[in-house]
Every structure is written in C-alpha cells, then in structure tokens.
Design a binder for this molecule. Structure first.
Ligand SMILES: Nc1nc2c(ncn2[C@@H]2O[C@H](COP(=O)(O)OP(=O)(O)O)[C@@H](O)[C@H]2O)c(=O)[nH]1
Ligand SMILES: [Mg+2]
Length: 357
C-alpha cells in the first residue's frame, strides 16, 4: 500500500497533532533527541511500521506519564480506526492456528491487503513466550512488508492484556491495516476476551474429534461464528469430514447468537491452503449480513462498554499491585481468608480500603 492511502472523512492530521500537545508526543524533534517512546502520529497514520511499533510500546508502558501520553495518542488514533475486519482465532495448542494465519494472511497480502497479527497469551510469561515459535510458524508473513506481527504484552491481568490488545488493534487500524487477526491459545478465559474484541470468531478443531470436543469448552463453541476442522489433508481428509459432520450436529442444537448468521462448519488445511478461500468468503459474507442488519455496529458498541470496564479493572489492579506495601498486605489478607481467620467479605473490605474504596 502507498503511504498516503486516501481515507474518507478524516480529521486533518494537523488537528490530530494539535490534540497531542506535550513534549512526549511532539513530532518535530530530530531522531537524536527523541525519546524512544515518542510517537510521530503523522507517520503512524501514514502506515509507518516503526511508528506503529513505538506507539504500541507506549500503550504497553506502565509508567504513569507514559500512560497519559498513550491515552492522548489513542484519542488521536481512534477517529482513524474502525475500518478493519477483526477476526479472533482460537483452538488448542498445536491445532495449527499460526500455520493457518500465515497461509491466510499471505493470500490476503497477495490480494493487496495489509494484515496485522496480534496474539493474546496471558500465560506467555510462564511458558517463556510463544511468539518466537510463532514467528517461525509464520515464516511468510514475518518477512512480508504488508504484514505486521505483534505478541501480546507479556504480563498483566487477562483483562489488562486484552485491553492492551484492543488498543494495539486500534493503532493498527489507524495505521491503515485492513485485517486484524488475533490469535489466542485455547485455554482459560482468553477465548472470551478475544471474542469480545473481534467481529468474527473462528474456532479451529482437529480431525477425529469425538464427543468430548477436544478439551475446548462447550462455551467456546457457542462463541464461534465459524468452526473450521483444520489439517484436512492427506490421511486426515476423511476424518476431518467426519468431525465436521459431528460439529454441524452439535451446532444445530444451539440457538445462533444472530438471526442473520448460522455458524457454518468447514474443513480446511493451513498447510496446503485448501478451503482458505471459502473460509474467507464466509468471513466477508458474515460481515455483509451483520452490517446490513446493524448487528455489527451494535456488537462493537457493546464491546466498547466491556473495554471500558476492563480498563477500569486494570487501573484498580495496578493501583493495588503496583505498591509493595499493598502487595504484602494483600498476601496477608489472602492467607487469613484461606486459613479461615477472617471472612472473604471482610478480606475484600480491607483490600478495597487500601485504595480508598
Ligand atoms: N498436516 C497438517 N499439519 C499442520 C497443519 N497446520 C499446522 N500443522 C502442523 O501442526 C503443528 C502445530 O502448528 P501451529 O501452527 O504452530 O499450531 P498452533 O499452536 O495452533 O499455532 C506444526 O507442526 C504444523 O506444521 C495442517 O493444515 N496440516
Ligand atoms: Mg501458535
């Protein structure tokens, strides 16, 4: 994409910059004097990847002054966000998410689109970070000038990580990315968090499913806008079709979340690329239907409300956990509750009092 792709109805960049008074965000400093976290908004909006990367780093900062600068930056970026197709992708580790994203994303960039890939993995501090592994699984996209790959922040509460991912998504959109793919591990609550920031939620399954739905909780099936049985290649092809039939039956007993969309089940192979064209056609069909019915706009507004509360939760959490004395006090309260010395209600009361609630 050219750096000055036209976007209809935008505020002039000068106005956006005008909203960003303050030393941390001035755009005229020479690179020599510019602090690492300073963001050139004009470059960000023109799609500059280095500016985008710096902007994301700024939003992930925990320093109070940088948090304030990050909020200003987001305010400037938000009017330019909102146009991307947002797809969340989940499935158990090993189901082939990264491989599929690499293939699907490469098809899309070959079509002239710019793709951002984000990851939500609140456990990555414990596992040592999976994104390096993911980058090797996304060999094509990681060297594609029209793709941008970014791991989730490596720590924080799930709500906080998801809130940061959401901010990252908005920044990518402001930088002109057409599609944002968010990968999450099929564990814990992260699927719900990702479903809450996506327009379309894609659940990947393995062939040879069986009734137990492979450790994926039934609640996740209910979130799916599409189930794709992956690895439908070679010897697996027949088993994949059988699994797809099972999931179709499982979905039939659920009431679809939308009157204009019944989640389909398809078979795909991220390895061979089989079925990926049909899969993307479904994403676009879903988009067209929910746009026409007004449901997409409504869904996004609902997500904004949840985002706001996630931000509030995160700030409260940081207020509590950011203070060593508070941390020690909370550990003691927790122990006292666990040992039955005080009631959970009394413990919560004491913790709330620490932040003046
Ligand atoms: N046969 C086959 N293997 C695949 C396919 N997609 C991924 N794999 C393999 O499955 C393993 C896990 O893939 P990966 O994309 O890292 O899964 P993730 O953990 O869900 O991101 C790797 O060894 C891949 O080569 C596929 O479509 N067909
Ligand atoms: Mg992966």
């Amino acid at each position: 994409m050219g750096p000055h792709r036209a976007r209809g109805g935008l505020r002039p960049v000068e106005n956006a910059l005008g909203a960003l008074d303050g030393p941390a965000l001035r755009s005229h400093n020479s690179p020599m004097t510019r602090p690492k976290t300073q963001v050139d908004v004009e470059k960000l909006l023109a799609g500059d990847r280095a500016a985008l990367a710096r902007a994301i780093t700024l939003t992930e900062s925990r320093r109070a002054d940088q948090r304030a600068a990050a909020r200003k930056l987001l305010d400037a970026a938000m009017p330019h966000a909102g146009k991307a197709v947002r797809v969340g992708i989940t499935g158990v580790p090993g189901v082939g998410k990264s491989t599929l994203i690499d293939a699907l994303g490469s098809n899309l960039t070959a079509n002239g689109q710019r793709i951002a890939v984000l990851a939500v993995d609140p456990s990555s501090t414990r596992t040592g970070g999976s994104i390096l592994g993911d980058k090797t699984r996304m060999a094509r996209l990681s060297t594609d000038p029209n793709a941008f790959i970014r791991p989730s922040p490596s720590s924080g509460t799930l709500g906080g990580v998801a809130a940061k991912t959401r901010e990252t998504m908005f920044l990518c959109e402001a930088a002109g990315f057409d599609v944002v793919l968010v990968e999450t591990v099929g564990a814990g609550q992260s699927e719900t968090a990702v479903a809450d920031l996506a327009d379309f939620f894609l659940v990947l399954m393995l062939p040879g499913a069986g009734d137990e739905l492979q450790g994926i909780k039934k609640g996740v099936i209910e979130l799916a806008d599409l189930i794709a049985v992956n690895k439908a290649d070679g010897d697996n092809a027949a088993r994949a079709s059988a699994a797809a039939a099972e999931y179709r039956a499982a979905l039939q007993i659920l009431t679809p979340a939308s009157a204009s969309w019944s989640p389909p089940v398809v078979t795909v192979s991220g390895l061979t690329g089989q079925g990926l064209g049909e899969l993307w056609a479904k994403v676009l069909d879903h988009r067209a239907r929910l746009t026409a019915s007004g449901e997409l706009a409504k869904k996004r507004r609902g997500q904004d409300g949840k985002w706001m509360w996630a931000l509030v939760d995160e700030r409260l959490h940081q207020r509590l956990a950011g203070d060593a004395a508070h941390r020690e006090r909370m550990r003691r309260i927790e122990r006292a509750v666990a040992e039955g010395e005080i009631s959970p209600t009394a413990g919560a009361e004491e913790i709330a009092r620490l932040v003046g609630l």
